[in-house]
Design a protein around this ligand. Structure first.
Ligand code: HEC
Ligand code: HEC
Length: 248
């Protein structure tokens, strides 16, 4: 923890290289198994298991030859446990626990990678990620990316705080990386309708250098912003209009 805080730049760089190797196996294509297969010769110095020599020959071309890391029923059970905290519909109802719905697979994978190694996060979550294989990281990332994005909070925003947050986000060009509608892409998380308490917590942690990023971007982006600025940004981002077309 403290070591991470001391040298965020360098540690982030190491994390980034390791994540890139892992991400080579992320699907996006319907055939995630084949993608993992392509990635394994180059990507996994950390020893992702390859099928036994005979197994590949026996399977039909195009079929996934890398067996799923955990049996399908067991995976579904584990995912249900994750979503007991994070919200089965992609929307978290627990304080300081992020909604995962709508998060890009690559982002989820980079975070699980950092959490697994205890480089970021609360002990409760580090415990969850500990012992995951690289294939587990990909499987959870892909399952999570299919959850529906969270809905806006039921209470309307405070107009003054919303407007101040909007102006800050425009001035600091948050949408250049996180998308103009804050829906996120690649390694950049969805921010729209994330829990306000979690947005504020994570921004405070980036600003203070406590949260190690996959890259150093966030610590740089937030430097110079005051606590009040961060609170207004969190309020604005949490109250984005619904993702559904026409629902405003
Ligand atoms: C006991 C509750 C709990 C369980 C169970 C749990 N998590 Fe978490 N998770 C958390 C909390 C709390 C955080 C926020 C950690 C922090 O503040 O840094 C978190 C953070 C995350 C993040 C980072 C998201 C972001 O936007 O920064 C991901 C991804 C994640 N969890 C995935 C999972 C997966 C996958 C599982 C199941 C294997 C799981 N979680 C199980 C509580 C939980
Ligand atoms: C240069 C690209 C870039 C810009 C500009 C940027 N971000 Fe980010 N942001 C990222 C990346 C990449 C991450 C993923 C964190 C990591 O590095 O592990 C992130 C993560 C976050 C998170 C954590 C969310 C979560 O679920 O864990 C918040 C909150 C956030 N950014 C808010 C902002 C705000 C507010 C601004 C504008 C002031 C901003 N970002 C500008 C790239 C950027």
């Amino acid at each position: 923890m403290t070591a991470a805080a001391r040298q965020p730049g360098q540690r982030a760089h190491t994390a980034r290289i390791a994540c890139l190797a892992l991400a080579a196996g992320l699907g996006g294509s319907p055939s995630a198994g084949a993608a993992a297969e392509r990635a394994s010769p180059a990507g996994s110095a950390s020893g992702t298991t390859s099928p036994a020599p005979g197994a590949a020959a026996a399977s039909t071309p195009g079929a996934a030859v890398v067996p799923p890391p955990v049996g399908a029923p067991r995976f579904e059970q584990r995912l249900a446990l994750c979503l007991a905290c994070h919200g089965a519909d992609g929307q978290s109802r627990l304080p300081l626990t992020p909604s995962l719905g709508g998060q890009p697979a690559f982002f989820v994978m980079t975070q699980l990678f950092l959490l697994r190694d205890g480089r970021r996060g609360e002990p409760v979550m580090i415990e969850q990620a500990k012992g995951m294989s690289n294939d587990d990281l990909r499987a959870f990332a892909e399952a999570i990316a299919r959850l529906a994005p969270p809905a806006p909070p039921s209470e309307p925003p405070d107009p003054l705080r919303f407007e101040r947050g909007r102006a800050l986000a425009a001035q600091h060009r948050c949408g250049v990386c996180h998308n103009p509608d804050y829906s996120g892409r690649e390694q950049m998380p969805r921010l729209a309708n994330q829990r306000e308490d979690y947005l504020l917590k994570s921004m405070r942690e980036f600003a203070s250098g406590r949260r190690l990023g996959y890259g150093a971007a966030m610590t740089q982006e937030l430097s110079g912003l005051s606590e009040a600025n961060l609170a207004d940004l969190a309020h604005f981002l949490a109250h984005q209009p619904a993702a559904r077309p026409g629902a405003q």
